[in-house]
Design a binder for this molecule. Structure first.
Ligand code: NAD
Length: 421
Protein backbone atom coordinates (compact mmCIF):
# COMPACT_ATOMS: atom_id res chain seq x y z
CA UNK A 1 0.00 0.00 0.00
CA UNK A 2 1.36 3.43 -0.94
CA UNK A 3 0.90 5.49 2.20
CA UNK A 4 3.12 8.46 1.28
CA UNK A 5 0.20 10.89 1.73
CA UNK A 6 0.59 10.50 5.51
CA UNK A 7 3.96 11.81 6.60
CA UNK A 8 5.65 13.98 9.18
CA UNK A 9 6.96 13.45 12.71
CA UNK A 10 3.56 13.17 14.43
CA UNK A 11 2.29 10.54 12.00
CA UNK A 12 5.58 8.63 12.38
CA UNK A 13 4.97 8.63 16.14
CA UNK A 14 1.48 7.12 15.80
CA UNK A 15 2.87 4.55 13.34
CA UNK A 16 5.77 3.59 15.58
CA UNK A 17 3.51 3.24 18.64
CA UNK A 18 1.10 1.05 16.68
CA UNK A 19 3.96 -1.15 15.41
CA UNK A 20 5.07 -1.74 19.02
CA UNK A 21 1.56 -2.64 20.15
CA UNK A 22 0.97 -4.83 17.08
CA UNK A 23 4.20 -6.72 17.86
CA UNK A 24 3.16 -7.11 21.48
CA UNK A 25 -0.29 -8.38 20.46
CA UNK A 26 1.21 -10.55 17.72
CA UNK A 27 -1.14 -9.08 15.11
CA UNK A 28 -0.70 -10.69 11.68
CA UNK A 29 1.18 -8.54 9.14
CA UNK A 30 -1.75 -8.64 6.71
CA UNK A 31 -4.11 -7.16 9.34
CA UNK A 32 -1.88 -4.26 10.33
CA UNK A 33 -2.40 -1.77 7.47
CA UNK A 34 -6.17 -2.14 7.78
CA UNK A 35 -6.01 -1.32 11.49
CA UNK A 36 -3.59 1.57 11.17
CA UNK A 37 -4.39 3.52 7.99
CA UNK A 38 -7.43 5.80 7.89
CA UNK A 39 -10.58 4.78 6.06
CA UNK A 40 -10.94 8.25 4.51
CA UNK A 41 -9.09 11.55 4.31
CA UNK A 42 -10.40 14.79 2.85
CA UNK A 43 -8.48 17.93 1.91
CA UNK A 44 -10.51 21.06 1.21
CA UNK A 45 -9.79 24.66 0.22
CA UNK A 46 -11.55 27.30 2.31
CA UNK A 47 -11.58 30.78 0.74
CA UNK A 48 -12.68 33.76 2.85
CA UNK A 49 -12.74 37.52 2.50
CA UNK A 50 -10.21 39.12 4.86
CA UNK A 51 -11.17 42.35 6.60
CA UNK A 52 -8.88 44.32 4.23
CA UNK A 53 -10.82 43.07 1.18
CA UNK A 54 -8.33 40.40 0.05
CA UNK A 55 -9.47 36.84 -0.64
CA UNK A 56 -7.37 34.26 1.19
CA UNK A 57 -7.57 30.48 0.83
CA UNK A 58 -6.88 28.20 3.79
CA UNK A 59 -6.19 24.47 3.62
CA UNK A 60 -8.53 22.26 5.66
CA UNK A 61 -8.51 18.52 6.39
CA UNK A 62 -10.66 15.80 7.91
CA UNK A 63 -9.49 12.24 8.51
CA UNK A 64 -11.87 9.41 9.49
CA UNK A 65 -9.91 6.49 10.84
CA UNK A 66 -12.46 3.67 10.96
CA UNK A 67 -16.23 3.16 10.93
CA UNK A 68 -16.19 -0.27 12.54
CA UNK A 69 -17.83 0.64 15.86
CA UNK A 70 -20.15 3.46 14.78
CA UNK A 71 -19.67 7.01 13.51
CA UNK A 72 -16.29 8.65 13.76
CA UNK A 73 -15.70 11.30 16.40
CA UNK A 74 -13.01 13.90 16.77
CA UNK A 75 -11.97 17.49 17.25
CA UNK A 76 -11.09 20.23 14.81
CA UNK A 77 -7.76 21.99 15.27
CA UNK A 78 -6.96 25.47 13.99
CA UNK A 79 -3.17 25.87 14.15
CA UNK A 80 -0.31 26.87 11.83
CA UNK A 81 1.31 23.43 12.24
CA UNK A 82 -1.69 21.47 10.93
CA UNK A 83 -0.98 19.04 8.09
CA UNK A 84 -2.63 15.83 7.01
CA UNK A 85 -0.05 13.64 8.75
CA UNK A 86 -0.70 15.32 12.11
CA UNK A 87 -4.48 15.11 11.63
CA UNK A 88 -4.25 11.41 10.68
CA UNK A 89 -2.17 10.66 13.79
CA UNK A 90 -4.70 12.46 16.00
CA UNK A 91 -7.55 10.50 14.34
CA UNK A 92 -5.76 7.20 15.01
CA UNK A 93 -5.17 8.11 18.68
CA UNK A 94 -8.86 9.02 18.97
CA UNK A 95 -9.77 5.50 17.82
CA UNK A 96 -7.73 3.81 20.55
CA UNK A 97 -9.02 6.36 23.09
CA UNK A 98 -12.70 5.77 22.25
CA UNK A 99 -12.21 2.00 22.24
CA UNK A 100 -10.45 2.07 25.62
CA UNK A 101 -13.36 4.05 27.09
CA UNK A 102 -15.90 1.71 25.47
CA UNK A 103 -17.52 4.43 23.32
CA UNK A 104 -19.31 3.40 20.10
CA UNK A 105 -17.06 5.50 17.85
CA UNK A 106 -14.12 5.34 15.52
CA UNK A 107 -11.59 8.16 15.66
CA UNK A 108 -11.55 11.24 13.45
CA UNK A 109 -9.81 14.58 13.45
CA UNK A 110 -9.91 17.70 11.35
CA UNK A 111 -8.16 20.97 11.10
CA UNK A 112 -7.17 24.06 9.21
CA UNK A 113 -3.64 25.33 8.69
CA UNK A 114 -4.13 28.79 10.19
CA UNK A 115 -3.13 30.84 13.20
CA UNK A 116 -6.60 31.62 14.64
CA UNK A 117 -5.16 34.29 16.94
CA UNK A 118 -4.31 36.35 13.84
CA UNK A 119 -7.91 36.40 12.54
CA UNK A 120 -10.55 38.93 13.54
CA UNK A 121 -13.77 37.51 15.03
CA UNK A 122 -15.53 38.09 11.70
CA UNK A 123 -12.77 36.30 9.75
CA UNK A 124 -12.81 33.40 12.24
CA UNK A 125 -16.56 33.03 11.79
CA UNK A 126 -16.24 33.10 7.98
CA UNK A 127 -13.51 30.45 8.05
CA UNK A 128 -15.38 28.22 10.51
CA UNK A 129 -18.58 28.36 8.47
CA UNK A 130 -16.72 27.78 5.20
CA UNK A 131 -14.91 24.76 6.65
CA UNK A 132 -18.19 23.18 7.78
CA UNK A 133 -19.76 23.96 4.40
CA UNK A 134 -16.93 22.05 2.67
CA UNK A 135 -17.36 19.15 5.11
CA UNK A 136 -21.13 18.74 4.66
CA UNK A 137 -20.85 15.85 2.14
CA UNK A 138 -18.58 13.88 4.50
CA UNK A 139 -19.95 14.38 8.01
CA UNK A 140 -23.26 13.72 9.76
CA UNK A 141 -24.66 12.78 13.18
CA UNK A 142 -24.37 9.09 12.22
CA UNK A 143 -21.23 9.39 10.06
CA UNK A 144 -18.74 11.74 11.68
CA UNK A 145 -19.32 14.05 14.65
CA UNK A 146 -16.99 17.03 15.14
CA UNK A 147 -15.75 18.65 18.38
CA UNK A 148 -13.29 21.35 19.54
CA UNK A 149 -9.53 20.98 19.80
CA UNK A 150 -6.59 23.37 19.91
CA UNK A 151 -7.49 26.78 18.52
CA UNK A 152 -11.26 26.14 18.39
CA UNK A 153 -13.89 26.64 21.08
CA UNK A 154 -17.59 26.59 21.88
CA UNK A 155 -18.31 29.53 19.57
CA UNK A 156 -16.66 27.79 16.61
CA UNK A 157 -18.76 24.68 17.36
CA UNK A 158 -21.91 26.83 17.38
CA UNK A 159 -20.98 28.20 13.92
CA UNK A 160 -20.34 24.65 12.66
CA UNK A 161 -23.70 23.45 13.99
CA UNK A 162 -25.55 26.46 12.62
CA UNK A 163 -24.00 26.12 9.13
CA UNK A 164 -24.86 22.41 8.95
CA UNK A 165 -28.39 23.08 10.24
CA UNK A 166 -28.99 25.89 7.69
CA UNK A 167 -28.09 23.46 4.92
CA UNK A 168 -30.44 20.77 6.28
CA UNK A 169 -33.28 23.24 6.92
CA UNK A 170 -33.66 22.20 10.54
CA UNK A 171 -31.67 22.37 13.77
CA UNK A 172 -29.31 19.40 14.03
CA UNK A 173 -27.49 19.85 17.37
CA UNK A 174 -25.99 16.37 17.28
CA UNK A 175 -23.65 17.15 14.35
CA UNK A 176 -21.02 18.61 16.72
CA UNK A 177 -20.21 18.41 20.42
CA UNK A 178 -18.53 20.94 22.67
CA UNK A 179 -21.26 23.47 21.82
CA UNK A 180 -22.45 26.20 24.18
CA UNK A 181 -25.36 25.12 26.39
CA UNK A 182 -27.53 27.65 24.50
CA UNK A 183 -26.92 25.70 21.27
CA UNK A 184 -27.69 22.23 22.65
CA UNK A 185 -24.45 21.60 24.53
CA UNK A 186 -24.22 19.56 27.71
CA UNK A 187 -23.46 20.71 31.22
CA UNK A 188 -19.85 19.89 32.04
CA UNK A 189 -18.34 19.58 28.55
CA UNK A 190 -16.13 22.66 28.85
CA UNK A 191 -14.52 21.35 32.06
CA UNK A 192 -14.68 17.66 31.15
CA UNK A 193 -11.14 17.06 29.90
CA UNK A 194 -9.42 18.99 32.70
CA UNK A 195 -11.63 17.54 35.45
CA UNK A 196 -11.02 14.08 34.02
CA UNK A 197 -7.25 14.68 34.13
CA UNK A 198 -7.54 15.85 37.75
CA UNK A 199 -9.64 12.79 38.70
CA UNK A 200 -7.04 10.43 37.26
CA UNK A 201 -4.17 12.33 38.88
CA UNK A 202 -6.08 11.95 42.16
CA UNK A 203 -6.30 8.18 41.60
CA UNK A 204 -2.61 7.97 40.68
CA UNK A 205 -1.66 9.93 43.83
CA UNK A 206 -3.73 7.50 45.93
CA UNK A 207 -2.11 4.56 44.16
CA UNK A 208 1.34 5.93 45.06
CA UNK A 209 0.33 6.86 48.60
CA UNK A 210 0.88 10.61 48.10
CA UNK A 211 -1.54 13.02 49.79
CA UNK A 212 -3.02 15.56 47.37
CA UNK A 213 -2.62 18.39 49.89
CA UNK A 214 1.11 17.70 50.05
CA UNK A 215 1.58 17.39 46.30
CA UNK A 216 2.81 19.95 43.78
CA UNK A 217 2.05 20.26 40.06
CA UNK A 218 3.38 21.96 36.95
CA UNK A 219 1.05 22.45 33.97
CA UNK A 220 2.21 23.25 30.44
CA UNK A 221 -0.52 24.92 28.36
CA UNK A 222 -3.19 27.17 29.82
CA UNK A 223 -6.05 26.75 27.36
CA UNK A 224 -9.16 24.64 27.87
CA UNK A 225 -7.35 21.54 29.13
CA UNK A 226 -4.43 23.14 31.01
CA UNK A 227 -6.36 25.84 32.84
CA UNK A 228 -9.18 23.54 33.98
CA UNK A 229 -6.68 20.87 35.03
CA UNK A 230 -4.72 23.42 37.08
CA UNK A 231 -7.92 24.75 38.66
CA UNK A 232 -9.30 21.28 39.44
CA UNK A 233 -6.00 20.08 40.91
CA UNK A 234 -5.84 23.21 43.07
CA UNK A 235 -9.39 22.49 44.27
CA UNK A 236 -8.19 19.02 45.31
CA UNK A 237 -5.50 20.69 47.43
CA UNK A 238 -2.55 20.30 45.03
CA UNK A 239 -0.15 23.28 44.99
CA UNK A 240 0.33 24.57 41.44
CA UNK A 241 3.96 25.68 41.30
CA UNK A 242 4.36 26.19 37.54
CA UNK A 243 2.30 27.04 34.47
CA UNK A 244 3.05 28.08 30.89
CA UNK A 245 1.46 28.91 27.58
CA UNK A 246 2.91 29.92 24.20
CA UNK A 247 3.70 33.42 25.56
CA UNK A 248 5.17 32.90 29.06
CA UNK A 249 6.18 30.36 31.71
CA UNK A 250 5.99 30.96 35.48
CA UNK A 251 7.42 29.07 38.44
CA UNK A 252 6.84 29.79 42.12
CA UNK A 253 7.56 27.06 44.70
CA UNK A 254 5.19 28.82 47.14
CA UNK A 255 2.30 28.26 44.71
CA UNK A 256 0.55 30.28 42.01
CA UNK A 257 -2.99 31.68 42.25
CA UNK A 258 -4.79 29.74 39.51
CA UNK A 259 -8.03 31.74 39.70
CA UNK A 260 -6.02 34.93 39.23
CA UNK A 261 -4.17 33.40 36.23
CA UNK A 262 -7.53 32.41 34.71
CA UNK A 263 -8.83 35.95 35.16
CA UNK A 264 -5.70 37.35 33.45
CA UNK A 265 -6.04 34.95 30.48
CA UNK A 266 -9.77 35.70 30.26
CA UNK A 267 -8.94 39.38 29.91
CA UNK A 268 -5.71 39.34 27.86
CA UNK A 269 -5.95 36.00 26.03
CA UNK A 270 -2.50 34.91 27.21
CA UNK A 271 -0.31 34.41 30.28
CA UNK A 272 2.29 37.04 29.29
CA UNK A 273 2.19 40.02 31.64
CA UNK A 274 1.18 38.23 34.85
CA UNK A 275 4.40 38.67 36.81
CA UNK A 276 8.04 39.45 36.13
CA UNK A 277 9.48 37.79 39.27
CA UNK A 278 8.34 34.24 38.64
CA UNK A 279 9.23 34.10 34.92
CA UNK A 280 11.19 31.00 33.91
CA UNK A 281 12.21 29.50 30.56
CA UNK A 282 9.60 27.16 29.09
CA UNK A 283 12.06 24.28 28.72
CA UNK A 284 13.37 24.69 32.29
CA UNK A 285 9.82 24.52 33.68
CA UNK A 286 9.38 20.97 32.34
CA UNK A 287 12.35 19.63 34.28
CA UNK A 288 11.65 21.34 37.64
CA UNK A 289 10.95 18.97 40.55
CA UNK A 290 7.23 18.39 41.17
CA UNK A 291 4.88 15.53 41.99
CA UNK A 292 2.67 15.95 38.93
CA UNK A 293 3.76 17.18 35.50
CA UNK A 294 0.90 17.88 33.08
CA UNK A 295 1.81 18.61 29.46
CA UNK A 296 -1.47 20.09 28.16
CA UNK A 297 -0.45 21.97 25.02
CA UNK A 298 1.18 20.42 21.96
CA UNK A 299 2.77 17.18 20.75
CA UNK A 300 6.36 16.03 21.26
CA UNK A 301 7.45 18.06 24.29
CA UNK A 302 8.82 15.13 26.32
CA UNK A 303 11.64 13.94 24.11
CA UNK A 304 14.89 11.96 24.26
CA UNK A 305 16.46 15.31 25.22
CA UNK A 306 14.57 15.83 28.49
CA UNK A 307 12.97 12.47 29.44
CA UNK A 308 15.87 11.52 31.68
CA UNK A 309 15.79 14.96 33.35
CA UNK A 310 12.07 15.16 34.15
CA UNK A 311 11.66 15.10 37.96
CA UNK A 312 8.01 14.23 38.59
CA UNK A 313 6.26 11.26 40.21
CA UNK A 314 3.29 11.36 37.82
CA UNK A 315 3.33 12.36 34.16
CA UNK A 316 -0.30 13.17 33.30
CA UNK A 317 -0.69 13.62 29.56
CA UNK A 318 -3.45 16.20 29.09
CA UNK A 319 -2.28 16.87 25.52
CA UNK A 320 -2.38 14.34 22.72
CA UNK A 321 0.99 12.88 21.83
CA UNK A 322 3.21 14.93 24.20
CA UNK A 323 5.75 12.10 24.61
CA UNK A 324 7.85 10.79 21.73
CA UNK A 325 8.49 7.01 21.40
CA UNK A 326 12.20 7.64 22.18
CA UNK A 327 11.21 9.41 25.40
CA UNK A 328 8.79 6.59 26.16
CA UNK A 329 11.63 4.09 26.09
CA UNK A 330 13.52 6.24 28.64
CA UNK A 331 10.42 6.62 30.83
CA UNK A 332 9.91 2.86 30.75
CA UNK A 333 13.37 2.45 32.30
CA UNK A 334 12.14 4.84 35.02
CA UNK A 335 8.86 2.99 35.69
CA UNK A 336 9.57 2.81 39.43
CA UNK A 337 10.12 6.58 39.59
CA UNK A 338 7.47 7.93 37.17
CA UNK A 339 3.83 6.82 36.91
CA UNK A 340 2.62 7.67 33.39
CA UNK A 341 -1.04 8.46 32.72
CA UNK A 342 -0.96 8.05 28.92
CA UNK A 343 -2.86 10.53 26.74
CA UNK A 344 -5.55 8.12 25.50
CA UNK A 345 -6.50 7.45 29.12
CA UNK A 346 -5.63 10.77 30.77
CA UNK A 347 -7.47 13.20 28.49
CA UNK A 348 -10.40 10.90 27.59
CA UNK A 349 -12.80 12.98 29.70
CA UNK A 350 -13.37 15.29 26.73
CA UNK A 351 -14.57 12.67 24.31
CA UNK A 352 -16.51 10.81 26.99
CA UNK A 353 -18.58 13.91 27.82
CA UNK A 354 -18.82 14.67 24.09
CA UNK A 355 -20.42 11.24 23.77
CA UNK A 356 -22.87 12.19 26.55
CA UNK A 357 -23.65 15.41 24.68
CA UNK A 358 -24.35 13.50 21.44
CA UNK A 359 -26.59 11.02 23.29
CA UNK A 360 -28.53 13.86 24.97
CA UNK A 361 -28.93 15.73 21.65
CA UNK A 362 -30.17 12.59 19.88
CA UNK A 363 -32.68 11.91 22.67
CA UNK A 364 -33.60 15.56 23.27
CA UNK A 365 -33.30 14.72 26.96
CA UNK A 366 -30.78 16.66 29.05
CA UNK A 367 -29.01 15.53 32.20
CA UNK A 368 -28.09 17.23 35.47
CA UNK A 369 -24.39 18.06 35.88
CA UNK A 370 -24.00 15.49 38.66
CA UNK A 371 -25.15 12.75 36.31
CA UNK A 372 -22.59 13.86 33.70
CA UNK A 373 -19.68 13.73 36.16
CA UNK A 374 -20.81 10.55 37.96
CA UNK A 375 -20.94 8.72 34.66
CA UNK A 376 -17.64 10.29 33.50
CA UNK A 377 -15.75 9.23 36.62
CA UNK A 378 -17.19 5.70 36.42
CA UNK A 379 -15.86 5.25 32.88
CA UNK A 380 -12.48 6.80 33.76
CA UNK A 381 -12.21 4.58 36.83
CA UNK A 382 -12.85 1.45 34.79
CA UNK A 383 -10.29 2.48 32.13
CA UNK A 384 -7.73 3.34 34.84
CA UNK A 385 -8.18 -0.03 36.58
CA UNK A 386 -8.04 -1.97 33.32
CA UNK A 387 -4.90 -0.14 32.17
CA UNK A 388 -2.88 -0.59 35.34
CA UNK A 389 -3.99 -4.23 35.73
CA UNK A 390 -2.99 -5.08 32.16
CA UNK A 391 0.35 -3.27 32.46
CA UNK A 392 1.13 -5.19 35.63
CA UNK A 393 0.01 -8.54 34.27
CA UNK A 394 1.90 -8.27 30.96
CA UNK A 395 4.84 -6.25 32.36
CA UNK A 396 4.36 -3.45 29.86
CA UNK A 397 4.11 0.32 30.10
CA UNK A 398 0.80 2.02 30.88
CA UNK A 399 0.76 3.45 27.34
CA UNK A 400 1.27 0.03 25.79
CA UNK A 401 -1.46 -1.42 28.04
CA UNK A 402 -3.98 1.33 27.25
CA UNK A 403 -3.29 1.05 23.53
CA UNK A 404 -3.44 -2.74 23.62
CA UNK A 405 -6.93 -2.59 25.16
CA UNK A 406 -8.08 -0.09 22.51
CA UNK A 407 -6.51 -1.93 19.57
CA UNK A 408 -7.98 -5.25 20.78
CA UNK A 409 -11.50 -3.76 20.76
CA UNK A 410 -11.17 -2.43 17.19
CA UNK A 411 -9.50 -5.64 16.03
CA UNK A 412 -12.27 -7.83 17.46
CA UNK A 413 -14.97 -5.72 15.79
CA UNK A 414 -13.15 -5.82 12.44
CA UNK A 415 -12.73 -9.58 12.72
CA UNK A 416 -16.44 -10.17 13.28
CA UNK A 417 -17.67 -7.64 10.70
CA UNK A 418 -15.40 -8.25 7.71
CA UNK A 419 -13.55 -5.93 5.36
CA UNK A 420 -16.02 -3.10 4.78
CA UNK A 421 -15.68 -0.77 7.78
P1 NAD B 1 -6.41 25.41 23.58
O1 NAD B 1 -6.25 26.00 22.23
O2 NAD B 1 -7.58 25.75 24.43
O3 NAD B 1 -5.09 25.71 24.45
C1 NAD B 1 -3.81 25.41 24.03
C2 NAD B 1 -2.84 26.00 25.04
O4 NAD B 1 -1.51 25.56 24.73
C3 NAD B 1 -2.81 27.54 25.02
O5 NAD B 1 -2.68 28.00 26.36
C4 NAD B 1 -1.54 27.83 24.25
O6 NAD B 1 -0.99 29.09 24.59
C5 NAD B 1 -0.66 26.71 24.74
N1 NAD B 1 0.52 26.45 23.92
C6 NAD B 1 0.60 26.38 22.58
N2 NAD B 1 1.88 26.15 22.22
C7 NAD B 1 2.59 26.07 23.37
C8 NAD B 1 3.96 25.85 23.67
N3 NAD B 1 4.85 25.67 22.70
N4 NAD B 1 4.33 25.83 24.99
C9 NAD B 1 3.45 26.02 25.97
N5 NAD B 1 2.14 26.23 25.73
C10 NAD B 1 1.73 26.26 24.46
O7 NAD B 1 -6.31 23.82 23.36
P2 NAD B 1 -6.85 22.66 24.30
O8 NAD B 1 -8.21 22.31 23.84
O9 NAD B 1 -6.60 23.00 25.72
O10 NAD B 1 -5.91 21.45 23.84
C11 NAD B 1 -4.62 21.25 24.38
C12 NAD B 1 -4.20 19.82 24.12
O11 NAD B 1 -5.14 18.93 24.70
C13 NAD B 1 -4.12 19.41 22.65
O12 NAD B 1 -3.11 18.44 22.51
C14 NAD B 1 -5.46 18.76 22.40
O13 NAD B 1 -5.43 17.86 21.30
C15 NAD B 1 -5.64 18.04 23.72
N6 NAD B 1 -7.03 17.68 24.05
C16 NAD B 1 -8.01 18.60 24.11
C17 NAD B 1 -9.29 18.22 24.48
C18 NAD B 1 -10.42 19.21 24.64
O14 NAD B 1 -11.48 18.80 25.10
N7 NAD B 1 -10.24 20.47 24.32
C19 NAD B 1 -9.57 16.88 24.74
C20 NAD B 1 -8.53 15.95 24.69
C21 NAD B 1 -7.26 16.37 24.36
Amino acid sequence: MNTAIYSGPVFEMAKQQFAQVADHLDIREMDRDRLLYPKRAMAVSCPIHRDDGRIEVYQGYRVQHHLTLGPTKGGTRFAPSVDIGEIAALAIWMSWKCALAGLPYGGAKGGITVDPYKLSPRELEALSRRHMQEMIPFVGPHTDVMAPDMGTNEQVMAWFMDTYSMYQGQTINEIVTGKPISAGGTLGRREATGRGVAYLVGRALEHLGIRADRATAIVQGFGNVGSVTAYSLAKRGVRIIGVSDHTAAYYDPAGLDVAELQRHVGKHGQLAGVSAESLISASELLVRKCDVLVPAAIERVITSGNASKVKCRILAEGANGPTTPEADAILYQRTDEIFVLPDILCNAGGVIVSYFEWVQDLQRLFWEETEVFDRLYRILERSFQQTIARAKHERISHRMAAMAIGVNVVQAAKRTRGLFP
